[in-house]
Design a protein around this ligand. Structure first.
Ligand SMILES: [Zn+2]
Length: 112
């Protein structure tokens, strides 16, 4: 790929080709990008499936807009990108069916 996107290879939060839970938590708490591992600015982008967009609940960590676009090309986490000014990180509860951490954009700016 010949782009200026700082996306690391493999992507920061996908060190072995699948989402690494520890990295996801690090992205959430330290507010770093899941693609390149550097600090997030605004807007924040989330990459997911159309189902995740419809539910407004994402499993992939927050990303830079450019990193989200680059990752979308890889098909690693879905084909839809939304931009938001902020998000909430929802830790899975003990009785949840889906035990993955979830990200809920709370100030959606629009699709990217
Ligand atoms: Zn990035």
């Amino acid at each position: 790929m010949t782009s200026s996107v700082p996306l690391t290879s493999p992507p920061f939060a996908w060190p072995h080709g699948s989402l690494d839970k520890g990295k996801v938590v690090q992205c959430a708490l330290s507010r770093v990008c899941g693609g390149c591992g550097t600090s997030l600015g605004r807007p924040i982008a989330f990459l997911g499936t159309t189902e995740e967009v419809d539910r407004n609940a994402f499993h992939a960590p927050p990303l830079h807009e450019a990193c989200a676009r680059a990752l979308r090309e890889t098909g690693i986490a879905g084909a839809s990108v939304v931009l938001t000014a902020g998000f909430e990180y929802v830790r899975p509860t003990a009785d949840a069916l889906d035990r993955r951490p979830t990200f809920v954009p709370n100030s959606i700016i629009g699709p990217a």
